[in-house]
Design a protein around this ligand. Structure first.
Ligand SMILES: [Fe+2]
Length: 545
């Protein structure tokens, strides 16, 4: 891509920096940071970039919709990205420059009572993404927002601030979504989600997949359009990852779900590569090349998500973070991918070994683990909610005493799980609700103090949400349904259709409604509720209702 400021393109900067440093140093060295994704070229450094005249935009730049996220009592992040031709490299805008974008927030959908407005700049350096912190808002209420460039106005988004800190709140309704492989089917679940009455949505990872997408959009089997050939390979460069977000965000159902609610997002593996661990690739790449790839993937993720401006360091992007929802809930959003020890025993489903049970292994990294336990210790919320990626509870895949376990999930990091469980017991943490994705099926699980002992105390619950689209239509009872439910008595529910989960918290109970979609490989799938479970505050344990 041609540039005007004499700097090499970002991908080249990353490769060069990676080549100079070993992986460990590369990840931490501040000297590397200067060359890397986020610390260079922050928008403020680009005030001199030539500003494009808004009226020079001859095509609608708002093709990727709008989004909001990370709401606070008085603020919310508003997002959009300008891309008149989203499926072309560069999105149809010049490779350098900036565009002035106006934004406004109102108390009503028709923008008669505007409460905040301002301007932001979208920079080529960040793929013309816009992240606005709209602050000074009233707590605990719905707001509407939109953007404008020249004569073009974006779709209207609806968002919601959270209750004032410490405020007694009667209810919060949350969506739980994950795993949306574009090529596996339509985002019909999002169309239904957009029609729910929710306060916020948690996305717990696999927002994109890195695999090749063919001209027909894989199992979408398009007959009315042909996707460009540049999608038909695995993502590796910054341009690849950016284009992949453009493809996903062009989907009208996904746009509808973003426009309907604020989202709290976190990633899992496919935003970079299947089953990577910290700086270690799944296969076939040098650590240096992989870390450069990871930095490109993280940057594209940040560009495309409604995240508050992070303070990134080098190739890392801190994503774990904490929110309060009045006195009703504390959300500790985890990142179990960026700091984890490599999967033990060669990954996959394996028998536990001294390697997997090594107490030095970590899924969160020591810093995040301390941050989590410290936050739980200080929590004054009724519900302690942990949106995170991989299944926390034990899952045996045979009724025999000895069973293989998933080395990629918490089962592959039992010492790390035990430190969390022991901490919860020591701190007297009540009302733990873990929200999980990753596995493309739905489970409801009692979290046991000791998964080896079914009679041990239930210390919380885990709701595992199924995928939006990954793995195609699915089946209500997958082939291993009987085995898994028999082998894991703490598993109260298992369903393998696509869909999403709604989680309702009140001072008295937490409730999950497992919504399923009849089919997704063709449009028009219908919605059903497969099951609903509650757990009472102060009395953990799932009951079907
Ligand atoms: Fe997934």
């Amino acid at each position: 891509m041609a540039r005007t400021d004499g700097r090499p393109p970002v991908d080249q900067q990353l490769r060069e920096a990676a080549a100079r440093l070993g992986r460990r140093r590369f990840l931490t060295a501040t000297s590397a940071a200067a060359a890397l994704a986020f610390t260079t070229n922050l928008p403020s450094a680009h005030a001199a970039d030539a500003e494009l005249a808004p009226r020079s935009l001859k095509e609608n730049p708002f093709t990727l919709g709008v989004a909001s996220g990370d709401p606070l009592p008085d603020a919310v992040v508003l997002w959009t990205r300008l891309a008149p031709r989203p499926l072309e490299p560069g999105g149809g805008l010049p490779p350098a420059g900036a565009v002035r974008v106006e934004w406004e927030v109102a108390r009503d959908e028709r923008f008669r009572r505007t409460v905040r407005r301002g301007t932001a700049r979208a920079y080529a350096e960040f793929d013309y993404s816009v992240h606005v912190e709209a602050d000074g808002l009233d707590a605990d209420r719905v707001h509407w927002y939109r953007f404008r460039v020249g004569d073009w106005t974006s779709p209207v988004g609806r968002t919601r601030t959270t209750p004032a800190d410490g405020r007694r709140t009667e209810q919060v309704r949350l969506g739980l979504v994950s795993c949306q492989a574009y090529e596996d089917g339509y985002f019909t679940a999002y169309r239904h989600l957009a029609g729910e009455d929710l306060d916020a949505v948690f996305h717990v990872g696999d927002y994109i997949y890195e695999y090749a997408v063919d001209a027909a959009g894989g199992d979408r089997r398009y007959t009315d359009r042909t996707l460009p050939a540049l999608y038909n390979h695995e993502t590796a460069t910054l341009e690849d990852y950016r284009l992949r977000y453009s493809l996903y965000k062009s989907d009208p159902d996904l746009q509808a779900a973003h426009a309907a609610f604020p989202w709290y997002v976190t990633w899992d593996d496919h935003e970079v590569e299947n089953n990577y661990a910290a700086g270690i690739p799944e296969k076939g790449q040098s650590p240096e090349a992989f870390v450069a790839r990871r930095a490109a993937a993280y940057r594209a993720y940040w560009e495309n998500m409604p995240l508050r401006m992070p303070k990134p360091e080098g190739t890392d992007l801190r994503l774990y973070r904490r929110f309060q929802y009045g006195r009703l809930a504390q959300f500790d959003i985890l990142d179990t991918r960026q700091y984890r020890s490599d999967q033990a025993n060669g990954d996959g489903w394996q028998y536990p070994t001294p390697e997997s049970e090594d107490p030095s292994r970590t899924l969160t990294g020591a810093t995040q683990e301390r941050w989590l336990l410290d936050g739980l210790r200080r929590s004054r919320a009724v519900w302690n909610v942990l949106p995170q990626q991989v299944v926390f509870s034990r899952r045996k895949n045979t009724t025999a005493e000895r069973s293989k376990l998933s080395m990629d999930a918490w089962d592959g990091y039992p010492a790390a799980r035990e430190r969390i469980l022991a901490g919860i017991e020591r701190l007297g943490v009540e009302n733990l609700v873990i929200l999980t994705g990753d596995v493309h099926v739905a489970y409801a699980l009692d979290v046991k103090r000791d998964f080896d002992d079914p009679a041990s105390r239930t210390v919380g619950v885990e709701f595992v949400g199924t995928s939006i689209s990954s793995d195609g239509d699915g089946a209500a009872k997958p082939a291993n349904w009987s085995t898994l439910t028999a082998a894991n008595p703490h598993m109260k529910f298992y369903n393998g259709l696509r869909g999403y989960t709604t989680v309702t918290l009140t001072p008295e109970h937490a409730r999950a409604d497992f919504r399923t979609v009849s089919h997704i490989t063709t449009p028009g799938g219908t919605l059903a509720t497969a099951a609903s479970f509650v757990t009472e505050a102060g009395n953990p344990g799932l009951r079907e209702v």
